[in-house]
Design a protein around this ligand. Structure first.
Ligand code: SF4
Length: 211
């Protein structure tokens, strides 16, 4: 991975966005798990998680797609629920995307680390904080779902620190990091039994081998 190729924060209003991949699938994680979703993965991320499973998304040299083309692709599927992910999608100003897609009755969800301001009007904000770049307080406050990836035991304390910063109706999820799941899943189950405000999120798409 050429770190120098990762993008700097440029919250420009873009008619075209670097899209690493887009596909119709079932959401595998969190609150909307099991639901048909049209994923749009934007390229560009400077967060640098060591366990990142989509390092190809770190650069922004992916083919640019216009908002209209993306909308056409969504409409070609029967799915009217778009999940904008990355990379770190909040490195871009997504106001225009939300405005345009919502006009055509697309339900809009975003997955972000919260490290950059969240632009646009979203039906659902899933914030998954990363240790490598702290989330903004204002992003935590508007999250609908806090999803903490548990990589080691100390992450429970870290999860609680973030749970204290979200709104009272924000849903709280603990998700085992995929390569540590054998070790972490039993700890998470025990933790949730003791702290029932939390829920389990599994990467179900990986278990059933879909994108
Ligand atoms: Fe990978 Fe997401 Fe972390 Fe970026 S924020 S490095 S895309 S896991």
């Amino acid at each position: 991975m050429n770190i120098e190729k990762t993008v700097a924060y440029t919250p420009k209003k873009l008619e075209q966005l670097p899209v690493m991949e887009q596909f119709a699938t079932l959401q595998g994680e969190g609150y909307h798990s099991g639901r048909a979703a049209y994923f749009i993965r934007l390229g560009g991320c400077d967060i640098g998680c060591v366990w990142c499973d989509v390092k190809e998304s770190w650069t922004d040299d992916h083919p640019k797609q216009s908002l209209d083309d993306l909308l056409t692709n969504i409409y070609a599927s029967k799915i009217k629920f778009a999940v904008i992910t990355g990379g770190e999608p909040c490195m871009y100003d997504l106001n225009e995307m939300c405005k345009r897609f919502r006009k055509y009755n697309i339900e809009m969800a975003i997955e972000t680390s919260g490290a950059y301001p969240i632009t646009g009007k979203w039906h659902w904000i899933c914030l998954s904080p990363k240790k490598f770049k702290a989330p903004l307080t204002e992003s935590l406050e508007i999250a609908n779902e806090l999803k903490v990836i548990v990589f080691n035991k100390s992450d429970f304390k870290w999860a609680e620190e973030h749970a204290a910063k979200v709104s009272s109706d924000c849903l709280l999820y603990l998700q085992p990091e995929w390569d540590k799941k054998e070790e972490m899943l039993p700890l998470i189950i025990d933790y949730i039994k003791e702290n029932p405000k939390w829920r389990l999120s599994n990467q179900t798409h990986k278990y059933i081998d879909i994108p």
